[in-house]
Design a binder for this molecule. Structure first.
Ligand SMILES: Nc1ncnc2c1ncn2[C@@H]1O[C@H](COP(=O)(O)OP(=O)(O)OP(=O)(O)O)[C@@H](O)[C@H]1O
Length: 274
């Protein structure tokens, strides 16, 4: 059986003062080394689940475990967890804290108390990897949104997490920036990092993910390979999610049939776009 990195078991979470719970007994296992996508309507609980994954919130009921060990919520344990589970928020403004790009990338490493030489080495490497060297001295509030998103990803990746959670990473990015981001994610995944991406872009999800979770009203409704999930048209229609346009064209136009020929098309598209 595939090893799980992070496990949510029967998780319930209600925001303070809210009438309805955001998570309603969700059980979900994040498999190691996969490119996972989390999809679902606005407000179904994706961001909340991410916030529980790195201990930002604590469930009122249920257990979140890292490699089968229940999370501990004391400061030291949470620091350790956040080195392993990196969360990149949808809005980079929520993440950027320092005045310059270089300082921002070093912020987390300083918090973790790493030796200065190692901090400098990791920051220089991140500046190169994320093509931020020319922006190193720039104030973060002078950057474009796409540049801010790149910095927020660098902030997290510099800590070398084993699991990377990305909330709507391509939201507001233009096409070239989205493609650059996907190229970066490929490198990150190839280096052994498990990725979970919450996204409303079903075409991107269809091409990129090798495992998909479908949520609704704080629960997991479906999970599986892109083929497994998108062949469940009726369930997806009831959830008002629809299908990826690429998938619909391939099937409706008779260009591919569900099964191996469809998977071949998917792999081809993946090679072109991601
Ligand atoms: N800080 C908060 N206080 C109270 N309720 C909240 C808060 N944040 C989210 N919620 C509610 O919790 C539910 C789940 O929200 P969440 O942001 O997790 O959904 P989501 O799937 O990420 O949505 P989206 O696709 O729009 O980003 C929603 O009903 C939302 O209104």
């Amino acid at each position: 059986m595939q090893q799980s990195l992070l496990t949510f078991e029967q998780i319930y979470y209600t925001y303070p003062g809210a009438k309805k719970s955001a998570l309603n007994g969700i059980t979900l296992r994040i498999p190691q080394n996969k490119r996972c996508a989390l999809i679902g309507k606005n407000g179904c609980g994706k961001t909340t689940l991410f916030s529980l994954a790195n201990g930002l919130y604590k469930p009122q009921r249920g257990i979140v475990s890292w490699q089968d060990k229940p999370l501990q919520y004391d400061r030291k344990s949470l620091m350790k967890l956040r080195q392993k589970v990196g969360l990149v928020f949808q809005d980079p403004e929520q993440q950027l804290v320092a005045s310059t790009v270089e300082e921002d990338i070093s912020y987390g490493l300083c918090n973790f108390g790493l030796p200065i030489a190692e901090i400098q080495q990791r920051v220089s490497q991140a500046l190169v990897e994320f093509e931020l060297t020319e922006l190193a001295e720039r104030p973060v509030h002078h950057l474009s949104l796409g540049q801010k998103k790149r910095v927020s990803l660098a902030d997290v990746m510099v800590l070398r997490p084993e699991l990377l959670l990305l909330d709507e990473p391509t939201a507001y990015l233009d096409r070239p920036q989205s493609r650059n981001l996907m190229a970066l994610l490929k490198k990150i995944h190839d280096s052994g990092t498990t990725i979970v991406m919450a996204s409303h872009d079903l075409d991107l999800v269809y091409c990129w993910a090798d495992w998909i979770f479908v949520m609704d009203e704080g629960r997991l409704i479906l999970e599986g390979t892109p083929q497994d999930v998108f062949s469940q048209r009726d369930i997806l229609k009831n959830l008002q999610l629809g299908l990826p346009l690429i998938y619909e064209i391939l099937i409706n136009e008779g260009l591919a049939t569900e099964g191996t020929s469809l998977e071949r098309f998917r792999q081809k598209i993946l090679n072109i776009f991601c």
